[in-house]
Ligand binder design. Sequence first.
Ligand code: BES
Ligand code: ZN
Length: 977
Amino acid sequence: MVLVRLLVLSLFHMSLGGSQPTQSSQQASSPPHPAGQQSPLGTSNLSFPWSRLRLPRYIIPLHYHLLLHPNLTTLSFTGSVQIQIDVQNNTNWVVLHSKGLQISKAAIVDQNFAHLSDQVLPVLHNPSHEQIGIFSPRVLSSGQKYFLYLEFGAELSEGFYGFYKSTYRTSTGETRTLASTHFEPTSARMAFPCFDEPSFKANFSIRIRRSPEYISLSNMPVVETFEVNAGVLEDQFDASVKMSTYLVAFVICDFKYVTATTSSGVQVSIYASPEKWPQTHYALEVAVKMLDFYEEYFNIHYPLPKQGTLCLVFLLLLCQIPLFPPFTFSPLTCVFPLSDLIAIPDFESGAMENWGLTTYRETSLLFDPLTSSISDKLWVTMVIGHELAHQWFGNLVTMEWWNDIWLNEGFARYMEYISVEATYPDLKVEEYLLQTCFSAVGHDSLNSSRPISSPAENPTQIKQMFDTVSYDKGACVLHMLRHFLTDDVFQRGIVRYLRKYSYRNAHNQDLWDSLANTCSEEDFMSGKHCYSSSQASKNAYLFAGEHMDLTAMMNTWILQKGIPLVTVTRKGPHLLLRQDRFLRTVLPSDRLWSTLQQGFLWHIPLTYKTDASSTIHRHLMTTPTDSIHIGEEVSWVKVNTDMTGYYVVHYEDGGWDEMTKLLRENHTALSYKDRTHLIHNAFQLVTAGHLSLDKGLDLIGYLQLETHTVPLLEGIGYLETFYRMTEKRNEFDVISNLGMYILRFFRAVIDRQTWSDRGSVSERRLRSEVLSLACHLKDPPCLERARESFKDWLQSNGTLNLPTDVAVTVFSVGAQDDHGWVSLLHTYNMSLSEAQKSKILFALTCSRDTNKLHRLLELGLEGKVIRSQDLSSVILMVARNPRGYRLAWNFVKKNWDTLVQKFQLGSFCIRNILIGTTGQFSSPEELTEVQHFFESIKEQASQLRAAQVALDNVQKNVRWFQRNLETLRNWLNKQLQ
Ligand code: BES
Ligand code: ZN
């Protein structure tokens, strides 16, 4: 087999010969006609043979041999690919993906390397489906294997997808170039023709040509490097395990790295541009710990195979067959499993889990002890935890199709919490999980939400699947499931799932089956404490021994959109329960209400606690109404303990007054998670019109007694949101009173803060938030202290290292005058720390001078001083500013086409820009304005879920103000009397 591979490779290797692609991407265009070759078969009577978006299933790619030669001076690349295919139906056509590639040659040979035609094969293009079809005049026979060979080329992409160029500047002002890839979900086809669907898993043997001043990296270790000709080296990477095309990656750069080995022998390296190398050490420590953790948790070795065995194969080969260049393997090239992590200077999203070569935005990987704050540290740790979790969840076992991307992303998001909690307990990551669930609730309580599993066929639809629903709702539903099943059963179930579907694809049902069947029949028969498939459903997992069907239960969370509202009422010794769909934009009195409720029902694993005992009670609610016996002597009951369930709770008939009383009199009777959950719940109900705003505000009246960061930040967060919304309206009395109220109410908390990096993670986080808000509200002591620090910083010419957690606040205050703003922009331009730069950029967007805000937007659009990757954040940060939100919106409207071209419709960035800028609006006129804009881009808007989300969101804001402004005004007047 290896021999065959080598022969075929050499056959094709000879013919690559640097021929330049000439083909244009027209439908039914002919391939080029290189001099001295047979004329191509005519294409005039051929039409594209395939009309669907998904490829035919009867040609299966088995092994790709890919050669790429990027030119970092001309910013283009050429390449060739030989794909071994398994043909399962007689056919004359091979249809696969290709986007923007010029195909210069196509050939098909059979197993004996005989060409199927002595003519150059015609290549037809269907650009709207990003497909090409290669016509073979001789039928490819069912049951046979063939090799498809293609030569191609293109410019390196200008954006952030496919094989794209990135640059960075050295401290001496020199600009250096690198080339990197980002393929997920559908951009591998921009770098090489391929069967670009997640279930077409194949092996990849990659070769990359480069100049000696660069290195190349790919998924697998280099096994051999040789000189092709003067000044051109070729790196040959080991053959990969079976994997999907979206996980292929390569980078050609001049980066430096640090390296270490995990306890099981995986060599981990962190790469960054040479001058950022000192910021790589923390990531190395994290990555090593994480891999050790995951190997143990999943009970599966890091899934790239050990290469030791291959060394043996090479040795055998050396004895048996004569090798000719370029196949000169050295017996010393034994390699070990690698995990490379690399910080790419231009990166659209946060990070990407390419197998063995995870790529990151610089802020997601680099940690600078002098300028990175505690939140920066937590972010880096969680991102690494996320991408390394994907090496199992996603890479080893992959969802069958993009409709179930939550199986990748929901799991990876949830594993961030499990892994960081285990490896860095001091970071107290569990304090953030509620936020993940809250952001899911925020999205899922709008009618524009979608089921976790939703249809997605074309690339724009597929890209949009990477949203809050897949990530945050996915993670939150898994959290509920883990609590329902218990940690142990959950862990054993996912290990079973990962083992069973290794190197394959899976559906939701496969996960439920694995979770419901947590040990083998032999284990069960031998009396081990686990459940056989027949017993599993009876486990009922601590939920009162009911006969439950895990699939039926999980389908209500995965296939149905939205989140339930459980309304509870006390009636004697009983707690009456009712479930409805929770919607924040529609009131029960609205006409639409009953229509929007129809057909919704969840299987809710309910939990509750009472003052009668410390036990957590459980009940599975599967009907619209239900009742539980709790006894007469109970004085309070808190439902959805620690928010381990994904549902909102409403306490009817004075139930909220009971909660308010409890918090005031004895708040520590509830856990900090329960307190936070109550605050969240109450304000969700306010927005939805189920609870009056003053009841919500009264509930958080206890916060002066609160010492825990999480509930404090939850309460402060709501007040800040109301403040920031009113700031953008002309309600001057409310703005001023609310500001005054917040400062007065939280005086003690503000005064407790030091301007340092001391204390626990929670304390540091609270300090950042509280001081930033206090200065925003123009608290005189806060402003004074920040100005003092900023003066010191200016005097040191920006060399003074401010405490990292308060640096943003100091910079934001300093940015308010011309000199400060200009000095900050100068430091931004020169700084080698992305952590520092992002703090400065935030501060710059806090200016009250609209000319300066405008300049920032233009700099972001230009992409030089402010990189294009940061443009969407600049827009969002300007939109937060009351002087900037109209500016940001007008900028988006004016530059819409450019933005879509830069970031692609359906991307993270476009979604954030749309929802972020419109999210500042709360008047009916603004709603109409947003509607008009979407009508003007109707064709695109109709493809964007974000457009509907944005409209729902503005509508929700409009209603909030209509319903609550007067209440807020009166409540504040009463408080400030
Ligand atoms: N697989 C994604 C990267 C990705 C994002 C691919 C969007 C295609 C479209 C990666 O694992 C991821 O989730 N990245 C996050 C960061 C992570 C910490 C949540 C991102 O890029 O925001
Ligand atoms: Zn991910």
